[in-house]
Write a protein that binds this ligand. Structure first.
Ligand code: PXP
Length: 257
């Protein structure tokens, strides 16, 4: 598989998801704010990669955004997409550094669960084969669940991204026992995925308040963070929001070492 150019032993990478810059743009059908401008700013501010989710309904990122990101970014683009023929064609046309397969339901507000890899192993194995041959690092967004991790390894995905949404929701809602149980699951499953030779990423819903225990998990190599960072950028600017997130990630790793 293609290595991440910013890969270093022990380093935790920060991928910045710029979807919600496009959400604001699309709210008025204007040309601004431009998610590509945000991606270039994130790149300049030291992001290790940029993530964008091209949804079937194009509610935020649009096809043209992907084309422009591919043209202008010098850091890796992680294209999140559903495992549909249309998206496969788009990914094969652009060949981004990484493709992250996510489940998608039209009615959901955001990506609610992980992909049910175990349920459609054959189809997904066939789906990712051409992407891998083209040189994309394929990652699968899954719940921290043993059968899903085992299935991801069996279909030949080199990377899994563990869904941190349930952990973050429990924290935000003050359900601290549930939060701690979710964290325990993520801790065990990050180690399990790593033991199968999978590269482990994590993301969804992470904030300054929730990032530290996740960043401290030694097997995790990359965090993908969007909604909170873009929201915080309204108040302090994207570079400052990223700097604080990066600081917390580095501190977490130091604390864990
Ligand atoms: N990782 C994956 C696979 C996602 O689908 C998303 C949301 O698009 C994220 C990370 C980032 O989540 P958030 O925007 O809540 O930080």
């Amino acid at each position: 598989m293609t290595r991440h150019p910013k890969d270093q032993p022990g380093k935790l990478r920060l991928g910045v998801n710029i979807d919600h810059v496009a959400t604001v743009r699309n709210a008025r059908g204007s040309a601004y704010p431009d998610p590509v401008r945000a991606a270039l700013l994130a790149q300049q501010a030291g992001a290790d990669g940029v993530t964008a989710h091209l949804r079937e309904d194009r509610r935020h990122i649009a096809d043209d955004d992907i084309a422009r990101l591919m043209d202008r970014l010098t850091i890796p683009l992680n294209l999140e997409m559903a495992a549909t023929p249309e998206m496969q064609q788009i990914a094969l046309r652009h060949v981004p550094h990484a493709v992250c397969l996510v489940p998608e339901k039209r009615e959901e507000r955001t990506t609610e669960g992980g992909l049910e890899v175990a349920r459609e192993e054959n189809r997904l194995a066939h789906f990712i084969a051409p992407l891998r041959e083209a040189g994309c690092r394929v990652s699968i967004f899954i719940a921290a669940d043993k059968p899903q991790i085992e299935a991801a390894a069996r279909i030949g995905a080199p990377v899994v991204e563990l869904h941190t949404g349930a952990y973050c929701d429990a924290h935000a809602e003050g359900r601290f026992d549930d939060r701690d149980a979710e964290l325990q699951r993520l801790t065990e499953m990050a180690a399990f995925a790593d033991s199968l030779g999978l590269e482990v990423h994590a993301g969804h819903g992470l904030t300054y308040d929730t990032v530290t225990p996740i960043a401290a998990l030694p097997q995790i190599r990359e965090l993908n963070i969007g909604h909170f960072l873009i929201g915080e950028a309204i108040f302090v600017g994207l570079p400052a929001a990223m700097d604080e997130m990066r600081r917390l990630m580095i501190e977490a790793r130091k604390g864990a070492a």
